[in-house]
Write a protein that binds this ligand. Structure first.
Ligand code: NCD
Length: 311
């Protein structure tokens, strides 16, 4: 099975099958306990060069890719956009060709343009892993969310999951809206009209009333308002978002008895989520998500650098 993974790049969840996703999650499982050990060193990527090219800010994703690569023995080089020739007007493709000429074995890329990872994959001789492209996809986030849920509930099938907030501009939603239904969850989208997708994907119940939308949910996934991806007028029109869409302790009463709360981070406390909800030890999986992020990225770096994976 390990030699049968049929994709050369990880550009999105779209295009993966449920079996592909389960395979990556199963691969990630082995790294969870490993990462809890005092000494964490595996040698399977020794001699390989991993470039992390982040054209947008990141805390969790960049660091977990870096830590993941190092724990597997890779040589990890971070490309810093602020000190790069991108500032001198170099195009994305020219930057990619330049990095490619240095013979990396895997490229992890985050970029503000939708489709950037796919564009770069066209010219790279190595696997490309999309760490977030504009409002497109963020596949490793969806994988780590799935792993977190699978470990908590023992299954994803049948879970009622409310994805709440700025769905329209969120690549986290973009990927989760592919993966969670494939894995058998019942997904709803909840948010103000202007932040829901212009033409809601078929098969999803959508709600503009927050309390109705989260009612009976097993999982509430809250998202940050992506002001950097929206017109100023839209951003200004959102008004008192917290009073209508903030996840407060009182609103948790509406959820299923064992419900959990997730957030990909970075969170804006007092806007989409209250601090006491985010810190609730019974319900919040926010730091579990971060922990699972390292395991998932180790699995992806390992699987996508295997010489016999698919074309
Ligand atoms: C998200 C991202 O950058 O897409 N963060 C993350 O990777 N965990 C979400 C966000 O920026 O709101």
């Amino acid at each position: 099975m390990s030699s049968a993974f049929p994709h050369r790049h990880l550009l999105g969840i779209e295009g993966l099958s449920a079996d592909d996703i389960r395979f990556l999650l199963d691969e990630a499982e082995q790294w969870v306990e490993f990462n809890r050990r005092a000494r964490k060193q595996d040698g399977r990527l020794i001699g390989l060069t991993q470039i992390n090219a982040f054209f947008e800010n990141s805390t969790r994703t960049l660091f977990s890719f870096e830590i993941a690569g190092k724990r597997l023995g890779a040589q990890v080089a971070n490309f810093h956009v602020d000190s790069s020739s991108v500032k001198k007007g170099e195009s994305l493709t020219d930057t990619a060709l330049t990095l490619n000429a240095m013979q990396p074995d895997v490229l992890v890329i985050r970029h503000e343009a939708n489709g950037a990872a796919a564009e770069v994959a066209e010219v790279m001789g190595c696997p490309v892993i999309n760490a977030g492209d504009g409002s497109g996809e963020h596949p490793t986030q969806a994988l780590l969310d799935a792993l977190t849920l699978r470990r908590r509930f023992g299954r994803i099938e049948g879970l009622k999951i409310a994805i709440c907030g700025d769905i329209r501009h969120s690549r986290v939603a973009g990927s989760n809206l592919h993966s969670l239904p494939l894995l058998g969850a019942e997904v709803r989208i909840v948010g103000p009209e202007e932040l829901l997708p212009p033409s809601p994907p078929p098969g999803f119940a959508s709600f503009t009333d927050f309390e109705e939308g989260i009612s009976g949910a097993d999982v509430v996934m809250t998202l940050r308002i992506q002001r950097e991806r929206m017109e100023e007028a839209l951003s200004d029109s959102l008004g008192d978002y917290h009073s209508l869409y903030g996840l407060t302790r009182e609103r948790l009463e509406r959820l299923a008895p064992n419900a959990v709360v997730m957030h990909p981070g970075p969170m804006n406390r007092g806007v989409e989520i209250d601090g006491d909800v985010a810190e609730d030890p019974e319900r919040s999986l926010i730091l579990d998500q971060v922990e699972m992020g390292v395991a998932v990225r180790m699995a992806c770096l390992d699987v996508f650098t295997r010489p016999d994976r698919g074309a």
